[in-house]
Design a protein around this ligand. Structure first.
Ligand code: PLP
Length: 397
């Protein structure tokens, strides 16, 4: 998945143009910039590739989620439904706008289980936030139907799934709002960066203002701009956008490489009858950034993960024990260990996660192994890896 693996002259040339102009900020300084508007150019390129009417770049994927929630007016005490298997950023963003993260089970798609989502909906629910972990998506059709039925906002965390699609729509552009991350380990990178995708002009305008202190960006003089509402600084810099501009042009090439490598590894495991693969919902095409499969039991998954590591087959993850991605290790969330103030509404509103029953998530995630697909592997390395994986898993089974 990591765009940093294939990194070079094109990225350097883009950054050099920004350095030569001397304007590192995305707004203003019109006379000095020699016509370079890297953030705007990248937004246009993303809008085209992601088939979204509007794209607004920000400083990270976490910022994108925060800005997206704020842009839709999500507020103190509102509930946001998100999966037990995600990245900590998803609930951080919810908390940062004063809202309440409500964790819900995943199913064999490794993303939100629509039936568990419906059970978790209350009068305070405002958003369903599927997280397309490891390159593949939730059953978005079912989630969209729930959003219609209960008048909720569908916000896709597509930070790990750029390039995948659902019913012909690029992931991130199917919901009311979608977020992408361009941090250093994502499929394409800016170093740090993120994007909010939407077809709603009001959400877009709000995102644009909110991520720059509430500036309305009307008129040329920043000092004379008005502030229709409060905001913060979640701006991306021109340097970061320049890197992303080089990378977005390479995205489809990266996806081709991922798919080729993924397919070779998957084929080598196909005839191990005890292994099953993660379900991709009908109408979905993953971005092939990970190959995720289920072992028959949790114990066998743990043994297989260890055996793969011992044999030097690197970058295979056992998420069940992972600090960043799975609910079991999120004591800081469960205990609300903030440095500062959590509103009473969050304290009162948060489910007691210490007592929550996520047996269904554990059933799937406890048996999952996900292998990162790298871009930089040589043909021989992929072949060798496929042989090793198949041999090791056969031994474990
Ligand atoms: C990486 C990631 C984020 C956050 O992105 P950053 O750019 O690192 O802030 C959010 N959600 C998921 C699922 C991610 O993988």
């Amino acid at each position: 998945m990591p765009g940093f693996e294939l990194f070079g002259d094109k990225e350097r040339a883009q950054v050099q143009e920004v350095l030569d102009s001397g304007v590192l900020m995305r707004y203003g300084f019109d006379g000095m910039r020699n016509g370079h508007w890297k953030a705007i150019e990248l937004e246009k390129a993303l809008a085209k590739r992601m088939k979204a009417d509007h794209v607004h770049l920000v400083s990270s994927g976490t910022a994108a989620l925060t800005v997206a929630l704020a842009s839709a007016g999500i507020n103190a005490g509102d509930e946001v439904i998100l999966p037990t298997f995600t990245f900590v950023a998803s609930f951080e963003a919810v908390l940062s706008v004063g809202a309440v993260p409500v964790l819900v089970d995943v199913d064999d798609t490794l993303t939100l289980d629509p039936s568990a989502v419906e059970k978790a909906i209350t009068k305070r629910t405002k958003v369903i936030m599927p997280v397309h972990m490891c390159g593949s998506m939730a059953d978005l059709g079912a989630l969209k139907a729930l959003c219609h039925k209960y008048k909720l906002t569908l916000l896709e965390d597509a930070c790990q799934a750029i390039g995948g699609s659902y019913e012909g729509k690029p992931l991130g552009s199917y919901g009311d709002l979608g977020c992408l991350s361009f941090d250093y380990v994502k499929t394409i990178t800016c170093g740090e960066g993120g994007a909010v995708l939407t077809n709603d002009p009001d959400y877009y305008k709000n995102a644009d203002h909110y991520s720059d202190h509430g500036h309305d960006h009307i008129g040329k003089d920043r000092g004379a701009e008005n502030h229709p509402f409060l905001g913060y600084n979640y701006r991306i810099s021109e340097l970061h956008a320049a890197v992303g501009l080089a990378q977005i042009k390479r995205l489809d090439n990266f996806l081709d490489i991922q798919k080729k490598n993924y397919s070779i590894l998957r084929k080598s495991l196909q005839n191990l009858s005890d292994i099953t693969f993660r379900r991709v919902p009908e109408g979905g095409i993953e971005n092939y950034s990970f190959l995720s499969f289920y072992m028959p039991t949790q114990e066998l998954a743990q043994r297989a993960h260890k055996a793969l590591g011992d044999a030097g087959v690197d970058s295979c993850f056992y998420w069940y024990d992972n600090n960043w991605h799975y609910h079991r290790k999120w004591d800081h969330l469960k205990d609300l260990k903030g440095l500062g103030y959590f509103s009473n509404q969050i304290y009162d509103g948060l489910p007691n996660y210490h007592n929550s029953d996520f047996t269904k998530s554990d059933h799937w995630v406890g048996r999952t192994i996900s292998c990162l697909i790298k871009l930089g592997w040589t043909k021989n390395e992929v072949k060798q890896r496929a042989e090793n994986m198949s041999r090791i898993l056969r031994e474990v089974l």
